[in-house]
Design a binder for this molecule. Structure first.
Ligand code: NAP
Length: 248
């Protein structure tokens, strides 16, 4: 029986690459998405065509009812959850802190922080030996922004990723004795659509010469680290982080 993984924000970018690689490695995959049904179904169709198992589930992870629906659908359609990739995340137009308003801060923190907490909660309820589960693994997708701070671009986003790092450290300790490992990846400068949300689709071209490795990264290079952290090869690794940012 294939292990079941939920990838939030699995329709595009790092999430889509993770969903595809997880299927290649034998997981049954739930591809969560927000609005982009076409992209989510493209990922699911490519997995099914390759002989894998996948479903697409629309859910806004910042909303509690949507998260409950997401995980209930996985229970019904795929079976026992063994892995969660807390990947969905947003950023908004590049701004200084003195230009940010409460509405924007609430949107960014709701999607990036509240959403990851709610999904982690539902995963723990299914995987923890405390609740009759058999264990599992969670990977939280943070960012090197958590330690670089993203000045002049989006300090709010960076701070939300700092919260994800704290979630990773704290939850890892909380559930380590219940069979669940919790780790984080901190990508940076990956070619995806997210930079367009900041108002600069070609952002990586501007900054890549300042990255020690002298190029941007590909989504699959992040997916490979995520899949390692989920796997039994990482069986003694919890509360840890892998930076995937070309040495920055
Ligand atoms: P992306 O290409 O913009 O894709 C974002 C994904 O998240 C999409 O699948 C989107 O769904 C989904 N999503 C957004 N808000 C959601 C919500 N409220 N509920 C459910 N799904 C939601 O982003 P990406 O670059 O792959 O980023 C993925 C993760 O990596 C994020 O956490 C991001 O912060 C992190 N990261 C990225 C980089 C980078 O350089 N790209 C660097 C560091 C960290 P729809 O398709 O339906 O819109």
């Amino acid at each position: 029986m294939a292990e079941v993984v939920v990838v939030t924000g699995g329709s595009r970018g790092i999430g889509a690459a993770t969903a595809r690689l997880a299927a290649e490695r034998g997981y049954a995959v739930c591809v969560n998405y927000l609005y982009n049904q076409e992209a989510a179904h493209e990922v699911v169709d490519s997995i099914i065509q390759a002989g894998g198992r996948a479903i697409a589930v629309a859910a806004d992870i910042s909303l509690e009812d949507d998260v409950l629906h997401l995980f209930q659908t996985v229970d019904e359609k795929l079976g026992r959850l063994m892995a969660l990739v807390n990947n969905a995340g947003i950023l908004e137009q590049q701004r200084r802190v003195d230009e940010l308003d409460a509405a924007r801060l609430n949107r960014v923190f709701a999607a990036n922080v509240t959403g990851s907490f709610l999904c982690a909660r539902e995963a723990v309820k299914r995987m923890s030996t405390k609740y009759g589960g058999v264990g599992g693994a969670i990977v939280n997708v943070s960012s090197v922004a958590a330690r670089l701070g993203s000045p002049g671009e989006y300090v709010d986003y960076a701070a939300s990723k700092g919260a994800i790092d704290s979630l990773t450290i704290g939850l890892a300790k909380e559930v380590a004795a219940e069979g669940i490992r919790v780790n984080g990846v901190r990508p940076g400068f990956i070619y995806t659509d997210i930079h367009a949300s900041g108002g600069e689709p070609d952002r990586i071209e501007r900054i890549k010469s300042a990255v020690p490795i002298q190029r941007g990264g590909q989504a699959v290079e992040v997916a490979q680290a995520i899949l390692w952290l989920l796997s039994a090869e990482a069986s003694y690794t919890t509360g840890s982080f892998i930076d995937i940012a070309g040495g920055k």
